[in-house]
Write a protein that binds this ligand. Structure first.
Ligand SMILES: [Fe+2]
Ligand SMILES: [Fe+2]
Length: 297
């Protein structure tokens, strides 16, 4: 069967009308207001994150991760100073974003969120690799983390939008590419719908475009491709570590080939991806993101 083409604004509107569209986290709106000031007042930032116990404890935990010297922070102010505002925002976003979704019909939430956090850590490691090895700044670490975290949001949205048709996608992915089946059955893809939500949430254009093209980076203008490639490689690393996205469990032959051919242009071989995967597995464990993924209801 062939689904008629569906516009992303129609999907988002329909979800909104059914009260199934996640709203942009209120705590991030508050944070952004404070962070937009010329001289950011760190006490105001601390007050906002302190009001949410889960966010505060995640920030404390992130501040004693291996990237920050393993020493427990003295207090929340110390933790916020260590992390910097962009990373504090990313952690607060991660916590509030995971809590903002209605329960999907078919997708297993903990599988989905494990994939999201594995991809987030992978994207961060990949951005670090580009900087270290290629002296290329694809994006900063918190942005990479957010990209990995949110790249697959369209999967949840499509499952909420049209559960019956999404079940058909799930039933056919063993033989066909996810994006291709989504296009055939639903008339759009998780990447397009996810990008539309992020755009509506005020993510920068280049970020939304990287999400839209994360299975087809070559479709973007050359300067936008590296970030889409980072997302693609991050998704691949997550899946090869055993964190499938809830739709498929192992990279298809086509995805494997795409990753290797895109990697060639940057000098990212299969062996480098394997090395990075080991760092991702360590970071994921040490920073406790899987526990957060498993706590989502
Ligand atoms: Fe994807
Ligand atoms: Fe993914």
């Amino acid at each position: 069967m062939q689904g008629a083409k569906v516009s992303s604004s129609m999907v988002l509107r329909s979800l909104h009308e059914r009260k199934a569209l996640p709203v942009f986290p209120a705590v991030i709106l508050k944070l952004d207001e404070v962070l937009a000031q010329d001289n950011v007042n760190v006490d105001q930032v601390v007050t906002i994150v302190a009001a949410d116990m889960l966010i505060a404890s995640r920030i404390m935990r992130a501040a004693c991760s291996v990237r920050y010297g393993m020493k427990p922070p003295k207090d929340l102010l110390d933790a916020v100073s260590r992390l910097g505002f962009a990373e504090v925002r990313a952690v607060a976003f991660a916590v509030s974003y995971t809590a903002g979704f209605m329960k999907p019909t078919h997708i297993n939430v903990s599988v989905f969120w494990r994939h999201a956090f594995a991809s987030a850590v992978a994207a961060r490691e990949l951005a670090g690799w580009f900087l270290r090895v290629k002296q290329q700044r694809v994006c900063d670490a918190p942005t990479a983390f957010l990209m990995g975290l949110s790249h697959e949001v369209g999967v949840l949205l499509l499952d909420l939008f049209s559960p019956n048709e999404f079940a058909q996608v799930l039933a056919s992915v063993a033989n066909e590419e996810q994006s291709m089946m989504e296009q055939k059955i639903l008339g759009t893809t998780h990447a397009i719908i996810g990008a539309a939500l992020l755009k509506q949430w005020g993510f920068a254009d280049y970020m939304a475009m990287a999400v839209a093209a994360h299975h087809f980076p070559a479709r973007l203008q050359p300067e936008l491709q590296p970030l889409a490639d980072v997302v693609l490689f991050a998704e691949y690393i997550a899946v090869t570590l055993g964190f499938g996205n809830g739709v498929y469990d192992a990279p298809s032959a086509a995805m494997h080939d795409l990753v290797l051919s895109r990697g060639e242009a940057y000098g990212i071989s299969g062996a480098i991806l394997t090395d990075l995967s080991a760092d991702v597995a360590d970071g994921l464990q040490a920073e406790g993101w899987l526990e957060l993924a498993d706590s989502v209801q």
